[in-house]
Design a protein around this ligand. Structure first.
Ligand code: MF3
Ligand code: CO
Length: 255
């Protein structure tokens, strides 16, 4: 199966991605000391609705679990899929992963970034920079004729020498009418392996990187993935388009 898109589908995905990027940008601005993550999620919900879009996370089902929030907000040792809570107040030294996935006119846009609030330890600053760099190296490998494994390898080979724990349980994914389409894009793997990339494929690439061990566990809410050793974790994500030439980042704020 080739998850390729028509020109009009690509335009729709692009619109959805621009909304997702604008909402993410707004959420970054709203993430200040003293705010709780429930209020942040409500700000995200309102922004998504102002664009006439819908959260693709709200009511998302995984088995019998239904995701109850509008965005994913994951603090410190929380890796991904954190649920906003009124008693989770952001303080100086926290890192916050903000993940916004929207559906607009039937198409998905998905992006995330992790930000530092106030002053964080240098090793955590570096974790954020390195995870973002890994994402950009992965994006640069998303070229027609390459394989998915080239993206995976670019990410892993940059991070591995730095002794991070690369999360293996969650992967990047194709994007279209559904949030998680084929192909799956692991953040580890061998160059030249896996599905071939074609122009018009829309891909969400999203490294999740732990400062310590790669091992994860889930909180009692059934969604929030946290590091098993309690150390911090970073997550950056863009939806990109594979083209005949350079990959195009779709989750950009429209200017
Ligand atoms: N960007 C996240 C992902 O690709 C969005 C998840 S929404 C949730 O997994 F509902 F699954 F939490
Ligand atoms: Co995603």
């Amino acid at each position: 199966m080739k998850p390729i898109h028509s020109d009009s589908e690509i335009l729709s995905i692009q619109e959805s991605c621009e909304i997702a990027a604008t909402v993410l940008h707004g959420l970054v601005d709203a993430t200040v000391e003293g705010i709780n993550t429930y209020d942040l999620d409500q700000i995200g919900k309102n922004m998504i609705e102002e664009f006439g879009a819908e959260s693709a996370c709200y009511n998302y089902r995984h088995g019998s679990n239904i995701f109850p929030a509008y965005t994913c907000i994951s603090v410190n040792n929380e890796i991904v899929h954190g649920i906003g809570r009124i008693d989770r107040v952001i303080g100086s030294g926290d890192i916050v992963s903000l993940d916004v996935c929207v559906n607009y006119n039937g198409f998905i846009g998905d992006n995330a970034k992790t930000i530092a609030v106030g002053t964080v330890e240098p090793s955590i600053e570096t974790l954020l920079e390195d995870t973002q760099e890994a994402l950009f190296l992965g994006i640069q490998s998303a070229r027609a004729g390459n394989n998915v494994g080239d993206i995976s390898f670019a990410i892993e080979s940059f991070l591995k020498p730095k002794k991070y724990g690369i999360v293996r349980e969650f992967v990047g994914h194709g994007v279209g009418r559904s949030m998680h389409e084929l192909p799956q894009i692991p953040n580890f793997g061998n160059a030249g392996t896996g599905p071939v990339l074609y122009p018009s494929m829309a891909l969400a690439i999203e490294p999740m990187v732990n400062l310590g061990s790669p091992k994860i566990r889930f909180l009692e809410d059934g969604w929030t993935a946290v590091t098993a050793d309690g150390k911090p974790s970073a997550h950056f994500e863009h939806t990109i388009l594979v083209t005949e030439g350079d990959p195009k980042i779709l989750t950009k704020v429209k200017n």
